[in-house]
Unconditional design. Structure first.
Length: 389
């Protein structure tokens, strides 16, 4: 058995006793005070501590047993005292840690017996037989029992350590639902990345292929027009060629608009460089503030870009505003974009303003949309998205 497992077995009983004492104290004090004002905060604080203790036990298991346990999901963000208490009381990871601290004590007692006591008994039996010289039957029994204890001890110790690892994986790691969420998040991230890559490939194909062919056709038609104008009789042929040239120019313009809508070239340099181009094309005067300590993921930048474009379009067409402002900044791990205008207000989600679609687009990347638009204005829309998806 590896030295780390021996250390784990030796330190297990004291640590599990401390853990059990902590659990009993938290449950006793929290239950005793549950009918008072401070009961729930005490219990919530105790559960938060149990979560940290569980994390410490997982790190100890990783260091001594080589069991790499995935960390569980962090507790949900909860602004406000009551929201914090409620989130801690409903924290599944904390309650799983409490269960682990409770179940570890009997397992540690068994580990101590099979790791230390059982081989020590076997060695003592053999040594006692050699030194005491008992009767033959007793000597044979003692020696055979000692050899059996020494032989069985490693197998028993490995079995107990496997049980320890299993208990740690089941209770200190992420739950089944959390694992499912992580799997879905990874699948979503992969889908977004592949979608963006495929869209970029389509954009390149249209730009370098179809658009280039249309430009070549337009040039050919232009040469044909020049040739026909130099001849005496162009008639209907010249008119058709001129018309075809105009239609080709219109198709090229539409294709460029479509390509830019699929993957704006300005986003190649990042959202911070794309926003000035976007606000400069708005129908009203827009004051822009950008503070980004890091560049968000391309998927996040794309969602933010099109959301701001939609909001500025709403400002120009529906708000009656004369000026607006866009404030984009990275705060911690969150991209926060605020769009504000001095229009008539009264905007509502689901009232034909396109805000419901924006909220659905943000939900796909774990983002949120906040709206404040009292009658008479001003209207403020706040978008929040994670920097990394």
């Amino acid at each position: 058995m590896r030295p780390g497992a021996i250390v784990f077995a030796l330190t297990g009983v004291p640590l599990s006793l401390l853990g059990m004492a902590y659990v009993l104290a938290v449950l006793y004090v929290g239950g005793l005070l549950s009918l008072t004002v401070i009961g729930l905060p005490v219990l919530a604080t105790g559960l938060s501590g149990a979560r940290h203790l569980g994390g410490a036990h997982a790190r100890l298991m990783r260091a001594l047993l080589g069991e790499d346990i995935d960390p569980p999901a962090p507790p949900a963000a909860a602004p406000g005292a009551w929201a914090w208490i409620r989130s801690r009381l409903s924290d599944v990871t904390a309650w799983r840690s409490v269960l682990y601290l409770t179940l570890r004590l009997p397992l540690d007692l068994v580990a101590l017996v099979v790791t230390i006591a059982l081989p020590a008994f076997g060695v003592w039996s053999i040594v006692w037989t050699a030194m005491a010289g008992p009767e033959l039957w007793l000597a044979v029994t003692a020696v055979l029992g000692g050899l059996l204890a020494v032989a069985v001890a490693p197998w028993a110790a490995r079995t107990v350590m496997r049980a320890h690892r299993s208990l740690g994986r089941k209770l200190l790691g992420p739950s089944t639902s959390q694992l499912r969420v992580r799997t879905l998040e990874r699948a979503r991230t992969l889908a977004f990345a592949e979608g963006a890559r495929d869209l970029r490939q389509v954009e390149r194909d249209l730009h370098d292929g179809t658009q280039a062919q249309l430009v070549a056709i337009a040039m050919t038609l232009s040469l044909a027009t020049d040739t026909l104008e130099g001849e005496a009789a162009t008639g209907r042929t010249g008119a058709l060629v001129a018309r075809a040239r105009k239609q080709t120019d219109a198709a090229i313009a539409e294709l460029r608009r479509l390509v830019d809508g699929m993957s704006p070239a300005a986003l190649d340099r990042g959202l911070a460089d794309a926003l000035p181009h976007l606000t400069g094309q708005a129908g009203v005067s827009v004051a822009l503030t950008v503070e980004m300590s890091q560049r968000p993921d391309p998927v996040i930048e794309r969602v933010a870009y099109f959301c701001v474009a939609e909001l500025l379009t709403n400002v120009s067409k529906h708000s009656g505003a004369t000026k607006a402002s866009v404030d984009a900044r990275v705060v911690g791990k969150t991209l926060r974009v605020q769009v504000r205008d001095d229009g008539v207000g009264g905007a509502r989600i689901g009232a034909g303003s396109g805000l419901a679609g924006l909220r659905e687009r943000l939900t796909a990347v774990d983002g949120t949309l906040g709206l404040d638009s009292p009658p008479g204005g001003p209207t403020t829309v706040v978008l929040r998205m994670p920097v990394r998806i």
